[in-house]
Design a protein around this ligand. Structure first.
Ligand code: PHB
Ligand code: FE
Length: 335
């Protein structure tokens, strides 16, 4: 969709004289950063001024995912207060709207924006607030500091394009297999992952149609964390493997059932009610475990060591509305 020019207009101040960062306005919300924090301000529904503070590293890691994933499925909570909810043509941005305590106190605010408008503001904020040497997609041990006064930028990291396969990974003509030749080294945590490829014995004439590849070897070379990639797409069934280290930078609020398969090591999940944040479950997933996250939950994962996770999504564009109408279940199985 081509948005009218004013929709993509970003409202920003000149860089602050001491810190060097711009401040941004979107709807009734203002955003400013200093050496350590992002500060978000708004007026409550009854007109009182309120603000929220986040560690700038956590804020930028969440902002990076929200931008890169086009606002994802359902809700992207940056923390227990601030976040976005995707309606696929427009996006809600809120403070406190999915926090039971703030909602009851009436101090929350939720506003809806055309996707183009919030996208332009979020991308400009990510660009201005990310310093040289800090990569919001990297594990904290593999990148520099997000803190301090304005110091350059890191455009290559924040505008990373997805590596698009020209064919199914593993088939002749796919130049995108991560290999040493392509400059993707094996991550330090996956030094023990075997790199051998499967043996293939297709019947003559089918050499170009039968394929297999070593997914563990492929993932061992991933340079980023908490960034699922589409490795197989069959109708609306998306297999999205990813490598995880430290904390998922968002609390994802589902609008559909989502499946996790822990392929190695372990991730500890906190699951909560997506509307209030009320804790629901702790899920400790070890290598080989599978879990399903119901459509009514939000979840955040903790990966003590870099691990491999397969996220299985149902990408059907009508599913969220079928669930809202009660035609599709919120849970994967009814006991
Ligand atoms: C999720 O919200 O389900 C999610 C997001 C990113 C990941 C893994 C899981 O890397
Ligand atoms: Fe999720």
């Amino acid at each position: 969709m081509n948005a009218p020019a004013d929709l993509a207009k970003v409202i920003a101040t000149a860089p602050d004289k001491t810190m060097g960062y711009k401040a941004f306005t979107l709807g009734s919300f203002t955003f400013r950063r200093d050496e350590y924090f992002a500060h978000i301000s708004w007026h409550t529904r009854d007109g009182r001024p309120l603000s929220h503070t986040m560690d700038i590293g956590n804020f930028l890691r969440a902002l990076m995912r929200d931008c890169a994933w086009g606002f994802f499925y359902g809700g992207v909570n940056f923390d227990a207060v601030f976040g976005t909810l995707n309606h696929y043509k427009s996006v809600d941005m809120y403070a406190g709207a999915f926090n039971g305590t703030m909602k009851t106190a009436g101090v929350d605010l939720l506003e809806n924006f055309p996707t183009e408008q919030i996208k332009a503001t979020f991308e400009a904020m990510l660009d201005d607030w990310t310093n040289a040497g800090f990569d919001p997609f990297s594990a904290p041990q593999e990148t520099g500091t997000p803190y301090g006064r304005k110091n350059g930028d890191n455009r290559p990291a924040i505008t990373r394009a997805r590596e698009l396969a020209t064919r199914c990974v593993g088939l002749k003509g796919d130049l995108n297999l991560r290999t040493d030749e392509r400059g993707a080294p094996i991550n330090r945590a996956f030094a023990d992952v075997p790199q051998d490829q499967p043996e293939l014995h297709p019947e003559p004439g089918f050499e170009n149609e039968v394929h297999a590849f070593n997914l563990f070897a492929f993932l061992s070379r991933s340079q980023v964390t908490w960034n699922p990639s589409f490795t197989s797409v069959v109708k609306h069934s998306y297999m999205c493997p990813t490598t995880e280290e430290h904390i998922l930078p968002i609390l994802h609020a589902n609008d559909r059932v989502e499946w996790f398969f822990q392929m190695c090591d372990e991730i500890h999940w906190d699951c909560a009610d997506k509307n209030t944040g009320r804790p629901l479950a702790r899920v400790i997933m070890k290598a080989g475990d599978m879990a399903a996250m119901p459509a009514y939950c939000r979840h955040q994962g903790y990966s003590p060591k870099r691990s491999m996770l397969l996220v299985w999504e149902n990408g059907s564009p009508s599913l969220v509305y079928e669930i809202q109408k009660g035609e599709s279940p919120e849970v994967p199985v009814q006991f």
